[in-house]
Design a protein around this ligand. Sequence first.
Ligand code: 9MR
Length: 373
Amino acid sequence: MKALTLFGILVAGAISIGVLYSGDSQPALKDVFKEQFMIGAALNDAVVSGKDVNAAEIVTKHCNTITAENVMKWALIHPEPNQYDFAAADRFVEFGVKHKMFIVGHTLVWHAQIPDAAFTDNAGKLLNREAMLVRLKDHISTVVGRYKGRVKGWDVVNEALTDEGEFRDTKWRQTIGDDFVAKAFEYAHQADPDAELYYNDFSLEKPAKRDAVVRLVKDLKAKGLRIDGVGIQGHWGMDYPTRENFDAFVDAVAALGVKVMVTELDLDILPSVSDYQGADVSMRAELQKKLNPFPDSLPDSMQQVHANRYAELFSMLVSQSKNINRVTFWGVYDKTSWLNNWPVPGRTSYPLLFDRNYQAKPAFDAIVKVVQK
Ligand code: 9MR
């Protein structure tokens, strides 16, 4: 009898572990952080098209939200003024619908990854305000309209501010003026009244930029426009942001009654280029080595340093979770991260939770422990 009871306990234990760990030893991040925030990743076309099956498996197991890494940007979805190309964006949206994920569209208005021709007439002359507004409205109503009801949130405007808190000098500003931001939000809401609308930027934890984004959100609200959230990208490093700056940013945004999302999280462990600025050109080979110190693999000791910093960042995010509704990683695994090619091309970078062979890294266990403690 005793033996049977013990057996029963063991079986029940195994079943509950099985449920928690969904079939293998690794818990799904979307379950681990269920009480805190959604977990997402930015996807490239290989993931959704079936070319990168292992990456797709990671995403379907761990994520309940996805963002388009590139395929919805102007240059890709609207390559010529009179030509749209929806093939890749359609695949991305179908993937999200199939797996019942919260789909985020990125991004409607940005100064990068947009052809010059988007801002000019046939003769190559910069459009005036009226003509550019027509073009902006056409773009937004076409793209948002196509995915209405399926894409649940849009990064309407990306990176319109400088680190000093000014409007960045872009062709958007030169053609339309500073209210290009307000106009984009207005048109996006018209195109899908149910979609959530976000402003997205990096370094928002810096006080001058934080204050600028607060002004921006207040201004949009004062104009009666819908804005649901501010995305802080989260391309973070070993010593930034400070918890103090991050908390101040989250508190300031939450006080405006809008959500905070960490939209492009990765954690760079490679040396910063600015540490070597001004280095002698004759030392180029030497410099290459210094900037790319782990071309083959990351030593265990560094893995641990990276994992500890990830844990620190997640304890910061978890403690603010009542104001943060989504944490999205910028990529799925190290091999395809943008950081392999920025700010220096051809480095071997280690910013994500999964390594080049799709295996969970120490950083994965470290962030899980933050909530299991
Ligand atoms: O990850 C994207 C990379 O594949 C592109 O080459 C790059 C082009 O600028 O854009 C990257 O994504 C950016 C995102 O859209 C906005 N925030 C910064 C991201 C990293 O550059």
